[in-house]
Design a protein. Structure first.
Length: 339
């Protein structure tokens, strides 16, 4: 989406980088005049939202957040940016259980196998998942990061140190198979039965419009049908313990057109196979900026506890967008996968 954002900035004459980097601040906001913390909307209940300032954390700029993962053992929310940076954040809640603030704890650059910070074109981190995040052993968490431009899934420790790469099916390793180098491996998750799953943002070059493929490491895949909003793209997914997926889609067509963000849920994934469409994907909540919702480029999703989740928006590190962190609860019962 970064090229479209740049186009809009040029059309409107807006700056493409922040005018000033401030001290960290998290300001409570409302996503809509008619919906506040504790209020239900469609299949979810909103539990608070924050606007995070463009700030320096340990010398690294907090912006462009595109992936989230919750480490229960460390009580930390990890966030990665599309500049290859990893942030440790600690959310705080008020007496009602609503998100009230978040504190920065640390920041690290993601590093390559030689120990050097990632540089373009290898730094475009997009998806984030966690292994060993709630096994009762603090300090052994492993983060899985999916990338665009140079598509791959790499493993890191919580300090951003490289620990190896996950094998990928052949169609995903060649950027020429994607419709654009900025529409590659946007999402990654750990499924309780099928292991590491990766999803492309848009259909592969040879695939039909309206569906993307979700791959296992061994190559079998499912065809995931995108939502009805024009320009829908799969930007994040979270596996649940019953084998279903909670997915996040973003629909952006053109400047001055509504931005639509959709939370959706699949039925439990059957055994993967060639050309197999998922049995059902249902909308849980659809947010349309044309209907008064305060939205931005939401790209990151993670489970927190019980039926509760976080999503975050990628501000593309420019002054006219915003980093929004939203906390919500699914209204229907859900069990979540051990990470």
């Amino acid at each position: 989406m970064s090229r479209l954002i740049l186009l809009l900035a040029l059309i409107l004459g807006l700056p493409t980088s922040a005018c000033a980097i401030r001290e960290f601040d998290a300001t409570p906001i409302s996503l809509a005049d008619r919906v506040g913390p504790g209020d239900a909307y469609a299949g979810i209940r909103l539990l608070g939202a924050l606007r995070l300032s463009d700030a320096q954390i340990d010398g690294l700029r907090l912006c462009g957040l595109s992936g989230l993962a919750w480490d229960e053992d460390a009580s930390l929310l990890y966030a990665i940016s599309d500049q290859g940076r990893l942030f440790h954040l600690r959310p705080e809640f008020d007496g009602h259980g609503y998100l009230s603030r978040i504190r920065p704890v640390a920041a690290y650059p993601l590093r390559n196998a030689a120990g050097a910070p990632l540089r373009a074109p290898f730094d475009d981190a997009e998806g984030l998942a966690i292994r060993n995040g709630e096994n009762g052993i603090p300090g052994d968490a492993e983060l899985l990061v999916s990338f665009e431009v140079k598509p791959r899934v790499a493993r890191y420790n919580p300090k951003g140190e490289w620990r190896g790469e996950e094998p990928l099916p052949a169609p995903l390793r060649d950027i020429r198979n994607y419709r654009d180098n900025n529409q590659a491996l946007e999402s990654v998750t750990l499924h309780p039965r099928w292991g590491v799953l990766v999803g492309t943002e848009a259909p592969l070059r040879a695939d039909p419009a309206g569906q993307v493929r979700i791959f296992t490491r061994q190559s079998p895949f499912w065809n995931y049908p995108l939502g009805n909003a024009p320009g829908s793209a799969l930007v994040a997914m979270e596996a649940l313990a019953d084998g279903s997926l909670l997915t996040l889609e973003r629909a952006f067509v053109a400047p001055l057109r509504p931005l639509i963000i959709s939370l959706r849920r699949t039925e439990p994934l059957p055994a993967p196979g060639t050309n197999q469409t998922l049995p059902k994907v249902a909308d849980l909540a659809v947010f349309d900026s044309g209907q008064g919702w305060l939205l931005d480029n939401f790209e990151g999703l993670t489970h927190y506890r019980d039926r509760r989740f976080f999503i975050v928006s990628d501000d593309n590190c420019n002054a006219w967008q915003a980093t929004l962190l939203v906390y919500f609860e699914l209204r229907s019962a859900v069990s979540t996968a051990t990470r």
